[in-house]
Ligand binder design. Sequence first.
Ligand code: XIL
Length: 323
Amino acid sequence: DLSSGRLYQKVNFPVGVAVEPEALYNLPPYSNIVQGQYNSITAETIMKPEHLHPFEGVYFWGEADSLARYCEANNKRLHGHTLIWHQQLPQWIINFEGDRAAWDALLKDHVQTIVTHFRGQVSGWDVVNEAFNDDGTMRSTVWHEHLGSSYIEKAFRYAREADPDAKLFYNDYSLALNPKKRRAVMTLLTDLRAKGVPIDGIGMQGHIFIGFPEVSEFVNTMNEIWRSGFSVHVSELDVSMNPFGREMPQASETDLNRQANVILQIFQAYRQVPSQFQYGITFWGVGDADSWIRSYFARDDYPLMFDDQYRAKPAYCKLLEHL
Ligand code: XIL
């Protein structure tokens, strides 16, 4: 029953959702669900480099400013995703030709212009997203190619200079599933922070499947993060149920209930995180039909809390019932 239960009121940490603004503004029940069930908002695409900084020297604030105004008017936190990433970059950055100093200036201008613009409106930023490969080596991106591994430290320091208050996150996927990647991320971030780089937290994206990683591995990773002194954000949670991409015209009751149990266990475990290290749990989309999983991986799947008609699924009902 979406009219009474408010998911975010069931726990003492922010419960967020990634949104596309055009749907948010004019599409009930989508907009009603976002309004009623979540108190933190992440832009699924419109605060990424290609949207905010489409041409050299040209920033486009329109859509993101509207989303920021929506958040302010509805007393919701806005989480900034993402400043430095290797995907959804504008072509001009991909093609940019310059020496190290020129790339450093580009990075600084990009980060500081955006962070300054949203200062006081964005509570936390995914400053750097997905900088590591699955084998634990650093991903070769335009940033790494032109600035070496120092681009990560630079991004965090420039962001902090522009906003003394926003929480600054490193965000990545498969941190629970992949010990090699997790070790590489934790080693680098711990070393950087030890030398004064302002890294407040780690976003574990949480694009998981029913059954893997085991919930215990996910929870152990969550605990390793905060015990290392970093706030932990489950930043992009979805729980897929079709790993082999089979024809799946609908989700089975069994899978829907297993999905509900996985999500409930994650919420119950996250409740145990000391409050100073809680940043929240954010779902990567509202309804199954909105999920990037279906389009990006071109497969049938039912990874979110609301079904194709935006009806509450067992995962939502179980949280309302048991939290
Ligand atoms: C995805 C969006 O959901 C898609 O709409 C877009 O086409 C590609 O990016 N990790 C991230 C997110 O940090 O930015 C990605 O979002 C999903 C994987």
